[in-house]
Ligand binder design. Structure first.
Ligand SMILES: *Cc1c(COP(=O)(O)O)cnc(C)c1O
Length: 350
């Protein structure tokens, strides 16, 4: 979280803009909260340059719930395709299998998810209802730096993108996207809010057994208030959107994220003590997994990092090693401090 956002939230906690209420105490249908909601939506649309023919939905359930909600709304009882690039796309596939015929169009599993299968090799079904990709694999540290253009691959199917862990870190080419979804908690605000941005023509085809609260049509028709939305999370996300605008918007964030990631990758590549195994053309700017070549030093590494106030560096248990997450709110100074520690630790172990 950007610190100015937390400070503003603290200052407004008991009395939002002289309303005499905390945002938590507002009715979601009252004019105060409606104004917060409308501002947040408008700011997000501007920041991400979302075209008018896409709806922005503020939902709940996180990225994992969307793994079910997307097939319930978009599969129309037909086949759907998945490109497997790491743990998250694997999870999405598993969930979609419960709701219809889910196929693997391509997979990088046999190479340990260290590269992206080239789009030209994807086996996209002729009648597939959509193709799902994970834009940034949070655990494996693999990111699409260009979204695939399914039309050039001979498919009219919409592209579904899980952008949970890199939303608002870079621009989105909406001409290639049918639907993008993401939990807010990595780059947009606190947990509890799920963002869905969906092309209008894809709405309105939910399966009969799709829960009403998860039916995109009902959610869109009710301005994301078919049921009570996560009001406080929307408010905080709205403050983050304003902060992003003050930082110069997405282009400025993207430039900053490139610089942050470059700093860490350049150091890792120059070192024989640490290693990142992901192919250079798809290395994530947000999540950088790396290993100590001598893994018996892992615990000493983490203890020293903690003492230097560098937290949450332990890699996901499915991959092991270390992982640095450089989300939008992480300043360049944070990465500089990490690189200084990496260098220092290597020296002390020589
Ligand atoms: C964190 C994450 C999710 C899971 O989101 P929840 O909000 O915990 O359901 C899904 N996809 C990706 C890529 C993630 O990084």
């Amino acid at each position: 979280m950007p610190e100015p956002v937390l400070q503003q939230a603290a200052a407004e906690m008991l009395d939002w803009h002289g309303s005499g209420m905390s945002v938590m105490e507002m009715s979601h249908r009252g004019k105060e909260f409606i104004s917060i909601y409308e501002q947040a939506e408008a700011d997000l649309r501007e920041l991400l340059a979302v075209p008018a023919h896409f709806k922005i939905l503020f939902m709940q359930g996180g990225g994992l719930a969307e793994n079910a909600i997307v097939p319930l709304n978009l599969s129309r009882g037909g086949a759907v395709d998945f490109v497997l690039t790491g743990s998250w796309s694997q999870k999405s596939l598993k969930e979609a299998e419960k709701y219809g015929q889910a196929h693997v169009a391509a997979s990088a599993q046999s190479e340990g998810f260290t590269h992206l299968p080239a789009p030209g090799t994807w086996q996209i079904g002729r009648n597939t209802q959509y193709v799902h990709i994970c834009g940034n694999e949070t655990i494996h540290g693999v990111e699409f730096h260009e979204l695939p253009d399914l039309k050039t691959l001979g498919s009219d199917a919409p592209l579904v993108v899980d952008f949970s862990s890199h939303v608002a870190s870079r621009a989105v080419d909406w001409s290639r996207v049918g639907l993008a979804f993401g939990g807010a908690q990595k780059n947009l605000g606190p947990a509890g809010l799920t963002l869905v941005i969906v092309r209008e023509d894809l709405i309105g085809h939910a399966l009969a057994h799709c829960p009403s609260a998860f039916n995109y049509q009902l959610v869109a028709d009710n301005q994301s208030m078919y049921n009570t939305p996560p009001t406080y999370s929307i408010y905080i996300a709205g403050l983050v959107f304003q902060w992003l605008k003050q930082q110069g918007g997405i282009a400025a964030m993207e430039a900053r994220n490139i610089a942050k990631a470059q700093l860490l990758y350049d150091f890792l590549d120059s070192s024989s003590f640490y290693v990142n195994k992901v192919a250079k053309n798809c290395r994530s700017r947000m999540n950088i997994p790396f290993f100590l070549r001598d893994e018996s030093r892992n615990e000493a590494f983490l203890a020293g990092a903690k003492a230097a106030n560098l937290l949450q560096l332990k890699g996901h248990k499915s991959v092991g090693g270390m992982r640095a997450s450089l989300y939008n709110a992480m300043p360049l100074e944070g990465v500089q401090a990490l690189v200084a520690y990496l260098r220092e630790f290597e020296k002390t172990q020589a």
